[in-house]
Design a protein around this ligand. Structure first.
Ligand code: CLF
Ligand code: SF4
Length: 293
């Protein structure tokens, strides 16, 4: 079996509700909100809310410690049917909270070796952590890639904090893009199934999206998920309008000749639980003490 083919690779991609449309109705996921900090600033984000690159803005999540995440998982797994995936999707950036992300995966894996672990990242720190993710047993990763050039990037990202320094605008965007692409390649080379999320921002990156899809296809990405811009209140894009789903779907249709497209994303909260589109997070919230890290 070819390790690069997720259908045959034994990673059970067919039981991952985001990576497989057929799994959507049957398999559930739980997000563990253990990652509050972020290392970049996207113009559509307001840090008080969940990370938009994977999550619906406007809903704050409780922050869990790795220990409380394990307790929550043990409680929820007996109450939610077919809970196949544990994902880390914020509310900030998973890899900017590496110790918490790593401990959460290790703790849950210890008593639940069959869990499919999933992680969503802006990709800035991927070259540093890709190998450790593979070692940890993470076989499904989502990277948000909104552009390939610093000229477009400077209109999307205010700054990037990297190796102890803050890089503004184009300079920061260039570092981010370079690391995203290098990180993706490092993962796919080792057989990790990678999804790329693209936030479609009208007038900024919409014309550029087919190029992004083509580029990441060349890096052996499995699927792309073109998502609408949903500007968060208090963000730099607050006054921009939400990208209509009609236009998002049109773009997905254009790009599907190049690469498989996700049409069923529900832009979940960082503490989402259950089947996509049937969020049960409120049922289980507040049962674990809110311990900010
Ligand atoms: Fe979560 Fe994301 Fe993993 Fe899925 S969500 S970390 S890949 S387990 Fe899924 Fe939700 Fe869309 Fe994300 S529907 S926002 S694509
Ligand atoms: Fe916000 Fe996520 Fe962007 Fe960080 S990566 S600024 S949390 S949208």
């Amino acid at each position: 079996n070819c390790a690069c083919n997720p259908v045959q690779n034994g990673y059970r991609t067919s039981q991952h509700p985001c990576f497989s449309f057929e799994a959507k109705h049957k398999y559930a996921r739980i997000h563990m909100p253990v990652a509050p900090r972020c290392n970049i600033n996207c113009n559509y984000c307001n840090r008080k809310f969940d990370c938009l690159h994977e999550s619906r803005p406007g809903v704050t999540s409780e922050i869990l410690t790795p220990e409380s995440a394990r307790e929550k998982y043990d409680f929820v797994k007996d109450r939610v049917e077919n809970l196949s995936v544990v994902g880390i999707a914020g509310p900030g950036e998973a890899l900017a909270n590496w110790n918490e992300t790593k401990s959460t995966i290790e703790l849950i894996k210890k008593s639940n070796p069959n869990v499919i672990f999933c992680l969503s990242t802006n990709g800035l720190m991927l070259p540093d952590y890709a190998d450790q993710l593979v070692e940890l047993g993470v076989r499904h990763v989502t990277v948000t890639v909104n552009c390939l050039t610093p000229e477009i990037g400077k209109r999307i990202y205010q700054f990037v904090n990297y190796q102890g320094k803050r890089y503004q605008g184009a300079e920061g965007a260039a570092i981010l893009t370079k690391n995203q692409l290098a990180g993706i390649e490092r993962l796919t080379r080792q057989g990790v199934v990678v999804k790329v999320n693209i936030v479609m921002i009208k007038g900024i990156n919409d014309g550029h999206i087919p190029e992004i899809v083509k580029k990441v296809k060349d890096l052996s990405v499995f699927i792309t998920n073109i998502m609408p811009l949903i500007p968060a209140k208090g963000s730099a894009f607050e006054y921009m309008s939400q990208t209509p789903m009609k236009e998002v779907n049109k773009m997905r249709n254009i790009c599907r000749d190049e690469l498989q497209q996700m049409y069923h994303c529900t832009q979940c909260r960082a503490d989402a639980i259950g089947l996509l589109g049937e969020d049960r997070s409120l049922e289980f919230s507040g049962l674990w003490s809110r311990k900010a890290i």
